[in-house]
Design a protein around this ligand. Structure first.
Ligand code: HEM
Length: 140
């Protein structure tokens, strides 16, 4: 739940790019060949119509009953690793790596955010904390 909520609010990739190979009809739209689409996944992840008025709050419990429930069955409402045939091949690796790293840290330390921390996310290819994330580690 915490990982999902972090990926929702601070999606490392903010856009997906797709090119239409041949003319296609999408609903009422006719899309010519070679049209490029930027699919703004960060905007989807911050859409109050999908997530509700508390969209900007960090609320891991919104995922308590799974992604489908959190997005009201909007299958493309939460796509931090992309979607379709070109979905991220490293997604399982990335999620497992974070779970292992977090569980190793949590077994040994307690930690709090340092008073020096400044919340200032920036996009430089991916979204990252511009001034880092300073934390204070303590023995358990
Ligand atoms: C939190 C970590 C990560 C995030 C948020 C992420 C996100 C993404 C996104 C959004 C895409 C584009 C998917 C699409 O166009 O539908 C992508 C593609 C890709 N990712 Fe990741 N990724 C992560 C970690 C990794 C890792 C750890 C690896 C490799 C070990 C990896 C390898 C790839 C590759 C090879 C592609 C291209 C897949 C293709 O075009 O067929 N990613 N990733």
């Amino acid at each position: 739940m915490i990982l999902n909520e972090t990926l929702r609010l601070y999606s490392p990739a903010i856009n997906l790019l797709r090119r239409v190979e041949r003319e296609v009809r999408l609903g009422k739209l006719i899309i010519p060949a070679n049209t490029e689409f930027y699919i703004p996944l960060l905007a989807l992840h911050h859409d109050p119509e999908i997530w509700g008025q508390d969209v900007h709050l960090f609320k891991p419990e919104r995922f308590a009953e799974g992604v489908a429930k959190a997005t009201s069955n909007n299958i493309t409402g939460f796509i931090p690793f992309g979607f379709g045939p070109r979905v991220c091949v490293g997604s399982n690796f990335a999620v497992n790596e974070v779970k292992i790293a977090l569980s190793m840290i949590l077994q040994r330390y307690k930690f709090t955010l340092s008073p020096d921390y400044v919340h200032d996310p920036i996009q430089i290819i991916i979204v990252l904390p511009q001034k880092g994330v300073q934390i204070v580690l303590g023995k358990l």
